[in-house]
Design a binder for this molecule. Structure first.
Ligand code: HSE
Length: 400
């Protein structure tokens, strides 16, 4: 029997207990032995919930119990999660976590601690919610040189953008719905400002390089400046707006960023809507591959966490090799990254053409007091310099 302790009985923690209970037979069969939740740690009490019988408020009870084989950390945030996880690994317990903040900041170190103690530190749910993207990347795509990862990596913002686009709903009311559905972070700024997607692309990029990519180095822009008018322009172009986390691996440089992009609806990620995430990767042998599924929410996320528990149960006493060293990678300067831009300006077409040369204009019926256009491919730095000549309303990068 494998004894599990779950740290945190919030949305994901209660989902983990539910998945293990509901799918007991199948989980036990696949783990090769019985998986039992021995403890749940939370500061709160849950009167009337059967979890109350196994609830503890003191982490040391779990840490000092030699019967606990696997610790599931689903508390979120760096502290106290970091200390709890590290001490569990040092005590010879494997850890499964959904905590992207923790993994992005300390993943390399915690993998090393796991290896030194012959246990495992797995974090499938930290990127893409229920989509098995990390296991695929590090255990299946091992024959390829990955040249690009581009993903819709945040369920909350994708839900907001999808509803704004399909139903014309306003930002605040859709965000509230996303919170009610358990998609949003405790502080939704992490979703809407792109910080959550930033940590996720940092994790994926680190795993591709096998070295540390600091999320603080990744240029990050959220969706708070996207307006109804931007969405109308996108529709007029046969496009949609999506928040991308993207890394391009070019010869000796890696360009990573998080930002909204105007993309054609027939782009591989163009129909990834609502809470779904999509992760596109290109390998030099495989070509394009794409992963799709629910990127947030109680049961999809818990499903990925429990899949790690099963994997750890199957690898008791054996460390699964994951290459992610603490040595830091310097990212390429984002000003050198090239793409097209969709821009709206309060300037004349003559000024636009004097500045950018030939552009493609976009018009929508109800907006007549501005000029909207798509540039040719241009570096971020050049665009920033040139746009200073015009009276900018807004700009969004585009894959057009
Ligand atoms: N707030 C996150 C999201 C949860 O919306 O994607 C899953 O990581």
């Amino acid at each position: 029997m494998i004894n599990v302790a779950v740290l945190g009985y919030g949305t994901v923690g209660s989902g983990v207990v539910e998945v293990i209970n509901k799918n007991q037979d199948i989980v036990n069969k696949r783990a090769g032995q019985e998986i039992k939740v021995k403890y749940v740690l939370d500061l709160r009490d849950f009167p009337g919930d059967p979890v109350q019988e196994i609830l503890v408020h003191d982490y040391n009870i779990i840490l000092n119990d030699p019967e606990v084989d696997i610790v599931v950390e689903v508390m979120g945030g760096i502290n106290p999660a970091y200390g709890f996880v590290k001490s569990a690994l040092e005590a010879g317990k494997s850890v499964a976590t959904s905590n992207k903040e923790l993994v992005a900041a300390h993943g390399a170190e915690l993998l090393k601690v796991a290896k030194n103690n012959n246990v495992n530190f797995l974090f499938e749910a930290s990127v893409g919610g229920g989509i098995p993207v990390i296991r695929a990347l590090i255990r299946s795509l091992t024959a390829d040189d990955i040249t690009e990862i581009t993903g819709i990596l945040n369920g909350t913002t994708n839900y907001i953008l999808s509803k704004m686009s399909a139903e014309g709903s306003d930002f605040d009311s859709v965000l509230k719905k996303a919170q009610e559905k358990g998609y949003a972070e405790r502080n939704p700024e992490a979703d809407v400002e792109g910080y959550d997607a930033c940590r996720k692309i940092a994790i994926l990029t680190s795993l591709v390089c096998g070295k540390q990519v600091d999320y603080q180095d990744i240029y990050t822009e959220g969706i708070t400046k996207i307006t109804d008018t931007d969405i109308k322009y996108a529709k007029a172009m046969g496009c949609t707006i999506k928040l991308f986390g993207t890394s391009k691996f070019e010869e000796d440089k890696i360009y990573s960023m998080v930002a909204p992009f105007v993309i054609p609806t027939d782009h591989v990620l163009g129909n990834v809507n609502d809470v779904f995430n999509g992760v596109f990767m290109h390998g030099n042998m495989l070509g394009d591959t794409m992963f799709y599924g629910k990127g947030a929410g109680k049961l999809p996320t818990a499903s990925a966490v429990v899949s790690d528990v099963v994997d750890e149960a199957k690898h008791m006493g054996k460390n699964i090799m994951t290459i992610w060293e603490e040595e830091k990678i310097e990212l390429g300067n984002i000003l050198e990254r090239k793409c097209k831009f969709f821009a709206r300006v309060k300037s004349s077409k003559a000024d636009v053409e004097n500045t950018f040369g030939a552009v493609t204009y976009v018009e929508i019926p109800d907006v007549t007091d501005e000029v909207a256009f798509v540039t040719d491919v241009i570096s971020e730095g050049d665009f920033q310099e040139k746009i200073k000549n015009l009276d900018l309303v807004s700009r969004i990068r585009t894959t057009l």
